[in-house]
Design a protein around this ligand. Structure first.
Ligand code: CP
Length: 336
């Protein structure tokens, strides 16, 4: 058990409800299914003329992003707005953190504004766990991506996408391709797919971009793209994270694309009805060809749309869990 995993139980209250959402590792299948079902109930809100429900009216949500983001930050903002919460986003590059304020002092100031939830992205693995341990009880913390460790809401929107197109997880073969070593998304996806009962999770990539403990993750490893893609139902491509990479790990982008970049020719090894996913941002011509990214089997933009409903589900469930923790006799009613 890693130190981060040792802190996992702080995610659940005494009733087993979510009160923070930090990592998927060790969470029960029923809870992940509840998140997907709750997201189902929120999906239609995005199609309404007035895209709002009053579930979190009066709540204050702070998005605190210490690292760049397009999809996660904006879909968390939209999710909070659709739940009728008040939402602020702190861009740390323009905040007083750049003048030397500590992480804890920044958070204490936001707490003093009566925040009910922090949505945190941080470059250091474990930062959201640290914050969840430090905040006042009643404040929920959601991990929006920490270092190489976890990106649980991304993995849950990916699971939502798979369930939407494939109907469930039983019997499914899922391939995760590319830079697994630096990917917090891959780690969370592996946990989610194993918890939800996928038949086989395959990792495909060069040895230099696979973690050393990869065999312990409950996966099958392939270094050959054609063998790894054979008969899979879902292909998840990952971005090559050059900013986290020692240049010795990779011969060249061109060589990487030749061996592991997904084009129509390589996609032919997967099942004819296989879907193609990518958490974004995509690098065209590095890990994925435009003919695939924009092709009929790509569901990459649908993942973004589903992400709003999934984040609405996680936000409402954690607020509900916090309310149950504070008032065990009354229980929160924001889960649905
Ligand atoms: N998938 C993802 O986390 O994208 P952003 O970095 O744009 O949030």
């Amino acid at each position: 058990m890693t130190p981060l995993d040792a802190k996992r139980p702080l995610q659940l209250n005494a009733q087993g409800q979510l009160q923070h959402f930090l990592s998927l590792d060790g969470l029960p299948r029923e809870l992940l299914t509840e998140i997907l079902d709750t997201a189902d109930s929120f999906l239609e809100v995005g199609g309404r003329a007035v895209k709002k429900v009053p579930l979190l009216r009066g709540k204050t949500i702070c998005n605190v992003f210490f690292e760049n983001s397009t999809r996660t930050r904006t879909t968390f903002e939209l999710a909070a707005q659709r739940l009728s919460a008040d939402v602020i986003t702190l861009n740390v590059s323009t905040s007083s953190a750049s003048k030397g304020e500590t992480l804890l002092d920044t958070l204490r100031n936001l707490e003093a504004m009566a925040a009910d939830m922090f949505v945190v992205r941080h470059q250091d693995s474990g930062a959201p766990f640290f914050i969840a341990n430090e905040v006042t009880p009643r404040v929920a913390v959601i991990n929006a991506g920490d270092g190489r460790h976890a990106h649980p809401t991304q993995a849950m929107l990916d699971m939502y996408t798979i369930r939407h197109y494939k109907g469930g997880f039983a019997g499914l073969r899922v391939a995760i391709v590319g830079d697994i070593l630096h990917s917090r998304v891959a780690r969370s996806q592996i946990h989610a797919l194993n918890i939800l009962g996928a038949e086989e999770v395959r990792l495909i990539g060069p040895r230099t971009l696979l973690p050393t403990d990869v065999e312990q993750l409950g996966v099958t490893v392939f270094t050959d793209m054609a063998q790894g893609l054979k008969d899979v139902d879902v292909v998840i491509m990952l971005r090559l994270q050059k900013e986290r990479m020692d240049s010795a790990l990779l011969p060249s982008e061109g060589e990487f694309f030749r061996l592991y970049g997904l084009n129509n020719e390589k996609l032919r090894h997967a099942r004819p009805d296989a879907i193609v996913m990518h958490p974004g941002p995509i690098n065209r011509g590095v890990e994925i060809a435009s003919e695939v990214a924009d092709g009929p089997r790509s569901v990459i933009l649908n993942q973004v749309t589903f992400g709003i409903a999934v984040r609405m589900a996680v936000m409402s469930m954690t607020i509900s869990g916090q309310e149950s923790s504070q008032n065990p006799d009354q229980g929160g009613d924001h889960g649905r």
